[in-house]
Design a protein around this ligand. Structure first.
Ligand code: AHR
Length: 509
């Protein structure tokens, strides 16, 4: 009995963690765009997701689903990438303007082989962004488009002159230009965007870039030009493109998806998985840290002042589709595991806030690691949505250095720290601390020291559930939801936080 008690005590001691938040050591400002989203003409992200059309029986505002709009308002989406993805390099923007019934349709060859009617086009996208106060991020077609198309699209969206494209926009009902700052020059040009070599792409980037003019009145209105960056660990791509074109770009993209089993042919289910699957998923997602560090180091060679931002403009978990759904629609459920994974990635981006200026989770509605699932007029907010909503307090705040002593989960082939932490000070001076307990079996007590600032009675929320596969459905939409957090206490100037297993906590200190 004594031996049993001793070993239990040992396990309890091993699960404790120590954290110091250095309030006096501010780091880079966390670009709000790290909390960005991605919306592609894929499955039901746009159609029957964001867009139901003005004639729909589903309650809508100018064609946008009211339920989706309401959910997005609470999320404070900073930036939205569109129209793809692979779709972007097949998209011809002139097919998506003018009277909807006159717009030509096209075959969406990448995603489910459906016919795209082009009813959601430039006006519908940019008006949505305007309605919600979101920065649009438009990806131009390099793969199957022309320089002229890209050049004219920029003019159409942003010129206030009495020029042909600006006048075409006016004829289509929009007088003033929209504010479009962020543009990507092609998507995955090494793959679905044209199977290019980095040398060929770099030349094309420079060519397209030359003709995409700045129409804004001030230098602040100039386009923020994002070059197509690497897939995962293709370090050669980064090296070549940075060497050849870093002087013409503002950002370089990076795409990395978390595949639960690490195998594209057998990805794994979104909701039916065990502890081993969970550990391998977390191990795979934490690879993001190494990717960012190594790509940043290459970027440092050509851009030591870190003027070119790393834009992780596609990331998230990619599982098997839900049984019975179109495999080309990439519709997957979203569990507590995905919430943990989202928080870990956001922490990684925040830790690299000096280089990572944007990240766009794939995707916003009904596709991959979605924020929102829809069924006609009903919406389900996923566990990932709740993480983005809880951690939004970090947007635009100054990151604070953290030092963490924590044990690793066992058994795992990759190192998976039990606790992850990220802290920031917002412009009003409030310090926020987000914490994750990745451990499916053990609670953990985190002894926190706030160095350089007094600690008050913290208030916070927690996202957790009884098991890692817990998720929200249309029948049970509130299974995984944030709750008030009562596990933080202050004594003698020290903060102690008791994190339940599988939890994400946000605290205002
Ligand atoms: O997000 C789904 C797809 O993943 C995108 O279209 C493509 O860019 C990536 O391969």
């Amino acid at each position: 009995m004594l031996a049993l008690l001793a070993s239990t005590a040992l396990v309890a001691a091993e699960t404790d963690a120590e954290l110091t938040v250095h309030a006096g050591k501010p780091g880079a400002v966390i670009n709000p765009n790290i909390y960005g989203q991605f919306s592609e003409h894929l499955g039901h992200c746009i159609y029957d997701g964001i867009w139901v059309g003005p004639d729909s029986t589903i309650p809508n505002t100018n064609g946008y689903s009211n339920a989706v709009l309401a959910a997005l308002r609470d999320l404070h989406v900073p930036i939205l990438r569109w129209p793809g993805g692979c779709f972007a390099d097949e998209y011809h923007w002139k097919d998506g303007i003018g009277p909807a019934e006159k717009r030509p349709s096209m075959y969406n060859s990448h995603w489910g082989g459906v016919v795209e009617n082009n009813h959601f086009g430039t006006h519908e996208f940019l008006n949505l962004c305007e309605l919600l106060g979101i920065e649009p991020y438009v990806c131009v077609n390099v793969g199957s488009g022309t320089v002229q198309e890209a050049m004219e699209w920029v003019e159409y969206m942003t010129s206030d002159a009495s020029s042909p494209m600006a006048n075409l926009r006016r004829a289509n009902g929009r007088d003033k230009p929209w504010r479009v700052h962020y543009v990507a020059v092609g998507n995955e040009s090494w793959g679905c965007g044209g199977s290019m070599t980095p040398e060929f792409y770099a030349d094309n980037f420079r060519r397209y870039n030359t003709f995409m003019k700045n129409y804004g009145a001030t230098p602040k209105d100039a386009l923020y030009r994002v070059a197509c960056g690497p897939s995962a660990d293709d370090y050669d791509w980064t090296d070549v493109v940075m060497k050849s074109a870093s002087n013409q770009m503002n950002g370089l993209s990076l795409h990395y998806y978390t595949i639960p089993h690490g195998d594209w042919k057998h990805k794994g289910s979104a909701t039916l998985f065990n502890r081993d699957d969970y550990l391998s998923t977390l191990g795979n997602t934490l690879h993001m840290e190494e990717l960012i560090s190594r790509h940043s180091a290459i970027m440092d060679k050509y851009d030591p002042k870190k003027q070119v931002g790393l834009c992780v403009d596609e990331w998230g978990i990619w599982t098997d589709v839900e049984p019975g759904t179109n495999p080309g629609f990439l519709y997957q459920q979203n569990s507590l595991r995905d919430a943990i994974l989202a928080a870990l990635n956001l922490h990684i981006f925040q830790a690299h806030a000096d280089r990572v200026v944007m990240a766009n989770i794939a995707q916003m509605v009904n596709v991959l690691q979605a924020m929102i699932l829809t069924d006609h007029d009903k919406v389900v907010l996923t566990p990932t949505y709740h993480v983005f909503e809880m951690l939004k307090v970090h947007q635009g705040a100054t990151s604070l250095a953290v030092e963490l002593k924590t044990s690793d989960l066992v058994p795992a082939t990759e190192k998976i720290p039990q606790v992850s932490a990220s802290a920031s000070r917002d412009p009003a001076g409030k310090i926020h601390l987000s914490l994750v307990n990745t451990d499916p079996d053990h609670a953990v007590t985190v002894a926190c020291t706030l160095d350089g600032a007094p600690v008050g009675q913290p208030v916070g929320r927690v996202l957790t559930a009884g098991n890692m596969t817990a998720h929200n459905t249309f029948e049970a939409p509130h299974t995984v939801e944030p709750m008030p957090f009562t596990g933080a206490s202050v004594s003698g100037g020290h903060l102690t936080v008791a994190l339940p297993p599988l939890s994400v906590v946000i605290l205002e200190l």
